[in-house]
Write a protein that binds this ligand. Structure first.
Ligand code: HEC
Ligand code: HEC
Length: 257
């Protein structure tokens, strides 16, 4: 356990110091108006509108298995589109994203991600009650919270890389708090599979494959149940999230869940 913890810690430091500067150039912001157009209307016959699957506010949809994109980390999202375009990551959910990414130029990808990163659509997480009613297995949120913040027997805490409540540590570490339940679970299954064709293997230095290998189905359901509703702050905590943390504008809007 101690070995695993230090191994992933070292991997994270390596990734931060080498991978990021090497790719920094491609992470310049794009043209937000062109990005909005692509998101809303698509690009001719080549690329369907992103909103048709990811929702107009960019919040994703559990019944399609699409992720929330709104306010996700810019550099992380650019990397995902690049990985889809080069088949390093395969969309095993709808078989759509590889074609979508290939249909956009690198500049257009930057444009559309500049737009989705700017979206601050309020969101309190997937509606776990109605997912349960639809027959989806939903995990135990309080046990999930323990794993996310402190880790568990054999599992490294998610916080060590993804930040408090999965609010992101910036750059290569995506925001998980406020992500869709179905999507989170799909990705954890994909990391555990660990192959490019049937799973997901585009994580720097195998960081996520190592973590997922230590998790049971129940562990995955529990962390996903917690993370989808995890706000990037605790109420009454006057400490502002660090610079670069995502989604801290989220407010309780009095939604049903
Ligand atoms: C036909 C439906 C569909 C359309 C259209 C679509 N997407 Fe997706 N997108 C998906 C699905 C499904 C996934 C999840 C893939 C998986 O499970 O691995 C996804 C994943 C992504 C991801 C990865 C997010 C993450 O957290 O890793 C990004 C980024 C993305 N889409 C951006 C876009 C953009 C930008 C557009 C428009 C140019 C777009 N998508 C259009 C269905 C779609
Ligand atoms: C050693 C660092 C590290 C730890 C610890 C870690 N992650 Fe990750 N995780 C990453 C990195 C890096 C990525 C982005 C991979 C990529 O570039 O596609 C990621 C991506 C993910 C994704 C995909 C997000 C998306 O939008 O597609 C999920 C889900 C995830 N992690 C869940 C977890 C959970 C749950 C835990 C705790 C049990 C955890 N991670 C612990 C480094 C880590």
């Amino acid at each position: 356990m101690r070995y695993l913890k230090s191994a992933v810690g070292v991997a994270a430091v390596f990734a931060m110091s080498f991978i990021i500067p090497a790719q920094a150039e491609s992470f310049q912001a794009g043209d937000i108006d062109n990005g909005r157009k692509i998101f809303m209307e698509g690009k001719g016959d080549a690329v369907p509108a992103c909103q048709s699957c990811h929702g107009a506010g960019g919040l994703g949809q559990d019944d399609m298995g699409t992720p929330r994109l709104a306010h996700q980390v810019f550099a992380y999202e650019i990397k995902q589109l690049t990985d889809f375009a080069t088949d390093k990551r395969i969309d095993n959910t709808m078989g759509a994203m590889n074609g979508v990414a290939k249909g956009l130029t690198p500049q257009e990808r930057r444009d559309v991600i500049t737009y989705v990163e700017s979206l601050k659509t309020p969101f309190l997480g997937s509606d776990l009650k109605s997912l349960k009613e639809d027959g989806v297995d939903v995990g135990d949120r309080s046990r999930g919270a323990m794993i996310v913040e402190y880790g568990a027997e054999g599992i490294v805490s998610c916080k060590s890389c993804h930040g408090f409540h999965g609010r992101s540590a910036g750059r290569i570490f995506p925001m998980l708090g406020g992500q869709r339940y179905v999507y989170l679970l799909n990705q954890l299954h994909a990391w555990k599979d660990g192959t490019v064709d049937n799973g997901r293997a585009n994580d720097p230095m195998g960081m996520m494959r190592k973590v997922a290998a230590t998790m049971s189905e129940k562990d995955m359901q529990d962390v996903a149940a917690f993370l989808t509703g995890a706000l990037p702050y605790t109420s009454g905590n006057p400490m502002a999230p660090p610079r670069g943390a995502r989604g801290f504008e989220l407010k309780n809007t009095g939604g049903s869940h």
